[in-house]
Every structure is written in C-alpha cells, then in structure tokens.
Design a protein around this ligand. Sequence first.
Ligand code: FES
Length: 66
Amino acid sequence: MQENYMICNCKQVSYGDIEDALHEQKKFDDVMDAFKGVQEVTHCSTGCGGCYNKVLDTISEIMMSK
Ligand code: FES
C-alpha cells in the first residue's frame, strides 16, 4: 500500500499517518485498542465515519506485517 494513500478523506489521514501513529504506541492489546490510539493522534474516522472499516483493515494489516 502507498504511504500517501488516503484512508480518511474527511480528516485527510493517509496510510503513512496511520502507520506513524501506530508506531508511536508502545503497546496495544488488540485492534480496537490500536484504533482508539490512532484515532486520538490522527482524528481519523471522526467525520462521516465512512472510513471506519478501512481504518480497521489498515491497522490490522500493519499490525500483522510487524
Ligand atoms: S472519511 Fe474518515 S471520517 Fe469521513
């Protein structure tokens, strides 16, 4: 996936932004935890909410590739 691929159009959060936000976290127990952390940093999925599944998919993809 492209670094600058836009995941959340409302808040202009790209794949790279989510990746960075994820790496800032020391640990997370599950995808929902990670999601909350990423959301605090990037504010992704706080607009229309249409990207919710895309954000979750992206997070699990990044977590699994670690
Ligand atoms: S596209 Fe992410 S909140 Fe609308």
